[in-house]
Design a protein around this ligand. Structure first.
Ligand SMILES: [Zn+2]
Length: 118
């Protein structure tokens, strides 16, 4: 298994886990682009949001619920945050295991414009 996020999901690679359930996980990005930068993943390997199958729709819904929970746990629920997905190399995706970026915590709202993020 050479997918970093599969290794994190299996606890074979270290990550600072914020929240997890049976199917999903939220952990800190080791190269943060914002004061708070989490990655939210399905534990199942799906290479990109462009490859999601109809039968995986509930799983993707669960990833979004995990993003909500993670935002609450890091204190961003009231303040707001970005939830962003890069799709393919042309969209800036670097790790080909589907992940949502959860970014926030800026003190100056002009800093919200993160390079490489919508
Ligand atoms: Zn994977």
């Amino acid at each position: 298994m050479d997918c970093l996020f599969c290794q994190i999901a299996a606890k074979e690679a270290k990550a600072k886990i914020i929240y997890e359930d049976a199917e999903t996980m939220a952990f800190q990005n080791i190269r943060p682009l914002a004061p708070i930068h989490l990655l939210i993943i399905p534990k199942k390997h799906i290479s990109s949001i462009s490859q999601v199958l109809p039968e995986e729709r509930d799983l993707i819904g669960q990833v979004i619920l995990t993003a909500q929970k993670a935002a609450q746990l890091v204190g961003l629920e009231e303040r707001g945050y970005k939830l962003a997905v890069n799709v393919g190399r042309g969209g800036g995706q670097e790790i080909f295991h589907l992940h949502f970026h959860l970014l926030g915590g800026w003190s100056n709202l002009k800093e919200r414009d993160v390079p490489g993020m919508p």
